[in-house]
Design a protein around this ligand. Sequence first.
Ligand code: NAP
Length: 297
Amino acid sequence: MYDIIIIGAGPAGMTAALYAGRAGKKILVLEVQSYGGQIINAKMIENYPGIEKISGYDYATTLFKQITDLKVEIKYETVLKITTDKKVTTNKDTYQAKSIIIANGAQNRKLNIPKEKDFLGKGISYCATCDGSFYKGQEVAVLGGGNTALEDALYLTNIVNKVYVIHRRDTFRGEDKYLKELQAKDNVEFILNSTVIKIEGKDKLENIIIKDNNEEEKVLKVAGLFIAIGQVPNNEIFKNVVDIDEKGYIISLDNVHTKTKGIYVAGDTRVKELRQLTTAVSDGSTAAITAIKEMNQ
Ligand code: NAP
């Protein structure tokens, strides 16, 4: 019997594990892939209070070390089901806990156009820091107008010959600081009020077709398309124990409580105003401390 099972080893889940581990609780963290969540791919974090600059990788790895130093148990398994009596079934086993913290984050939003899936790793990518080096000296495009798209484009300018930044509006959601840095680069071309409607190629990506707001189409020859159009949650499997909103995010009653006693939620997976590293770790610590406080009530 675990005191707390934490689903997800991103910043929210690992912070929950850090707080619960330091409180001496028996914890299991379940993670599908690898620790770190989305932040591990961030080139540089510059808005975390008290830390001037740190790469996403260094941040996530330090946090991971903090929890493994506490001997927190981590299993790389996929959660398939949880129940109101706090049983967690994965693809490998079933575990019993007193409390559960859902901190499963969100996944990259897909563009949902033909061949997007087929060309994954063959021109289509959702992570510039992971795949950028494959496109050294070539021309690529980044789709999106948030911080991820701007950061991805900035990262790619140092590797590839040219970066097209394609965004569906003419103003950006991402921070002005990143936009200004990008505008100062001489190998960036902005294609605004436009989106990608089609991708072409025989065995790998060769062209993308862009359509602007006047319905005009144009062909762009690029070797890579980095899709950075936000995230979507994946909470269908928790529907029996939590309420989810129309976009799929978990509804929390007062930040971390769900409708089921002893099941908590933390981080990007819940309905919230601001999805940032600061708010994810805040949720993680609050969920852990709340779970501990209410465990024997
Ligand atoms: P985001 O802020 O939600 O931006 C997604 C972008 O994709 C928006 O510009 C949106 O356009 C566009 N978009 C959405 N659906 C689209 C579609 N179907 N077709 C074309 N374009 C589409 O996502 P994000 O950039 O991944 O950032 C997520 C969160 O992480 C944000 O809070 C962000 O600040 C944070 N973040 C922070 C850092 C940092 O601080 N260093 C780095 C990365 C991310 P519209 O603008 O028109 O809606």
